[in-house]
Design a protein around this ligand. Structure first.
Ligand code: COA
Ligand code: ZN
Length: 309
């Protein structure tokens, strides 16, 4: 089994996670969480979204959060935007990077951004032009690439054709997302191999939710296929607006623990992450899905055995 020596992890909890909270998290708490995450060695954090406050009221304080955080050199603070209006606002604000979601499901794309897939792809091309002028990097998230709660199977051909259209407009950074937690490792391996082979000049990342407990095994399958960039959320914060019982993303600290134990470097300090996970639990007022927070690391286990506790 050939595995990479380094992996890039993007923390999306402040955006993907907090947008799913039932109650509005105070701006100061969001800032505290992002600042704590900035101290862990993470190199990219998706902070918030420039979206309509009626669509995602939990992130209506995007500007305040971005203005309040202590930006550290070497860290990219990215935002999600659904359309040209959002892109204009993000560019005017001067964000570090933008990410545009385009769903591979017509039904969900309509519900999410009130555009057809065609319209969203066209809009992504236009936003790419605006972002290039402003010298702001852009990534497109092709969402529901492994299946849709409303439409069922999403065929790889459809995902390839969408990425092909993005590629034609010059977009070569793509995140493949599974907000409903539908993917299994065999499917991830197959699609990842296909994508890396078809678009050798595109930088791909994978955005998994752990709804069915398959998140980390899907990461392993993607690593074996040659993919080295993953989105995660601290404590596994989050859900999915279209799947009532969905859990959040794969857990940042659990993935870092797994990779570092396997000798794959993430550049992230696990103990600092565990402190962030405790903070995230305090902020949302409940226990989250982190395994490493509950069970401790392997080293801690060995120490407690040695101490006879
Ligand atoms: N941010 C803030 N306001 C926005 C906006 C954005 N990104 N895009 C549009 N608007 C405003 C317009 O300015 C307009 O305001 P007005 O009524 O005061 O004039 C109003 O929304 C309607 O504009 P329109 O272009 O017709 O948008 P819409 O009604 O088709 O709504 C979205 C589309 C994109 C605004 C809405 O679906 C959205 O924000 N979705 C969020 C998607 C999301 O983040 N999902 C979760 C993560 S994938
Ligand atoms: Zn997500």
């Amino acid at each position: 089994m050939k595995l990479p020596s380094n992996v890039n992890i993007v923390e999306v909890g402040p955006r993907d996670g907090l947008q799913a909270e039932a109650r509005f998290i105070p701006t100061s708490k969001k800032i505290e969480l992002v600042d704590a995450l900035s101290r862990t060695g993470l190199r990219k954090i998706e902070v918030t979204s420039f979206v309509h406050p009626k669509a995602i009221p939990q992130l209506r304080d995007a500007r305040e959060v971005l203005s309040g955080i202590q930006k550290r050199p070497g860290i990219t603070y990215s935002v999600l935007i659904p359309n040209i209006r959002g892109a204009e606002m993000a560019i005017e604000f001067g964000v570090d990077e933008i990410r545009i979601p385009v769903c591979a499901s017509e039904t969900v794309n309509q519900r999410n951004v009130r555009m057809s897939i065609d319209e969203s792809l066209e809009s992504a091309g236009k936003i790419h032009g605006l972002a290039q002028e402003a010298e702001i990097p852009l990534e497109v998230a092709v969402a529901l690439a492994f299946g849709c709660p409303f439409e069922g199977e999403i065929l790889p051909e459809k995902v390839i054709s969408m990425i092909g259209r993005l590629h034609d407009t010059g977009i070569t950074r793509v995140s493949i997302t599974d907000p409903a937690g539908i993917a299994n490792p065999a499917q991830v391996r197959e699609l990842t191999e296909l994508l890396l082979e078809t678009f050798p000049d595109t930088a791909f990342s994978l955005h998994l939710h752990d709804t069915r407990g398959l998140g980390l095994s899907c990461v392993l399958a993607a690593l074996e296929a040659g993919l080295t960039a993953f989105d995660t959320s601290i404590g596994g914060l989050g859900g999915c607006p279209f799947v009532p019982e969905a859990t959040g993303n794969i857990v940042t600290e659990d993935l870092v623990n797994m990779l570092e134990e396997m000798g794959i470097s993430t550049g992230i300090d696990l103990q600092e992450l565990i402190r962030c996970s405790e903070l995230a639990q305090d902020i949302v007022g409940r226990s989250l899905g982190s395994r490493i927070l509950k069970a401790g690391t392997r080293e801690q286990l060995f120490q407690s055995v040695a101490a006879g506790t």
